[in-house]
Design a protein around this ligand. Structure first.
Ligand SMILES: Cc1cc2nc3c(=O)[nH]c(=O)nc-3n(C[C@H](O)[C@H](O)[C@H](O)COP(=O)(O)O)c2cc1C
Length: 174
């Protein structure tokens, strides 16, 4: 299938079946992340695949309500990067995270981005510090996001072709 045809059915999925993601599929998703382009090919990212039920339940509490649905997911990929290695680690991490979502989609899985950077667990504690403690992430790494992944237990209609924001497209000049 052409990439664009496949992309048409991509939607954020927040409800998942009680079904694990096969190890082979997790491997393909993680290898896809490692194929991401990165500025000067520095590849500052780190990916943590979480399948442990208790950890997933705790990660789901990292932000209320933005991350709560993670408690029903069988897999989360935490995307972090060494901010000391690259001044554009946010872009590098985001591109890799998008590849995680696209690879998941290609494998028949649903996924949703959970924002971590610049978000808070409590008024005092950053969401990334809460995750850092849970997953023993060293201080030099910043957490950009988590991608919740699993077999979809909700059906979402594709975005309609005639409702895309064509007015945001420009040719040659704004
Ligand atoms: C940078 C970014 C941050 C997001 N953060 C969250 C989040 O914290 N929680 C969540 O449920 N969805 C989050 N999303 C998913 C968006 O809500 C979703 O992509 C948007 O509503 C469009 O829906 P669609 O993906 O089905 O097209 C995020 C998406 C992006 C790209």
């Amino acid at each position: 299938m052409m990439f664009y045809d496949q992309l048409k059915s991509r939607r954020s999925v927040r409800k998942f079946k009680d079904q694990e993601v096969e190890k082979e599929k997790i491997d393909v998703i993680l290898k896809s992340a490692l194929r991401a382009p990165s500025s000067r090919s520095i590849r500052p990212w780190q990916f943590i695949a979480v399948i442990d039920r208790e950890l997933l339940l705790e990660l789901a509490l990292c932000r209320d309500p933005g991350s709560t649905f993670l408690k029903g997911a069988p897999l989360a990929i935490v995307v972090a990067a060494d901010k000391g290695l690259s001044d554009v680690w946010i872009e590098d991490a985001s591109i890799a995270a998008m590849l995680v979502q696209l690879a998941a989609h290609d494998l028949g899985l649903g996924s949703c981005w959970i924002q971590v950077r610049e978000r808070f667990h409590t008024e005092q504690e950053k969401a990334e510090d809460y995750i850092r403690d849970l997953l023993a992430i060293p201080e030099q790494y910043s957490v950009e996001c988590m991608i919740a992944i699993g077999y979809a237990d909700e059906e979402k209609k594709p975005h309609e072709e005639n409702k895309l924001l064509y007015e945001n497209l420009h040719f040659n000049q704004f």
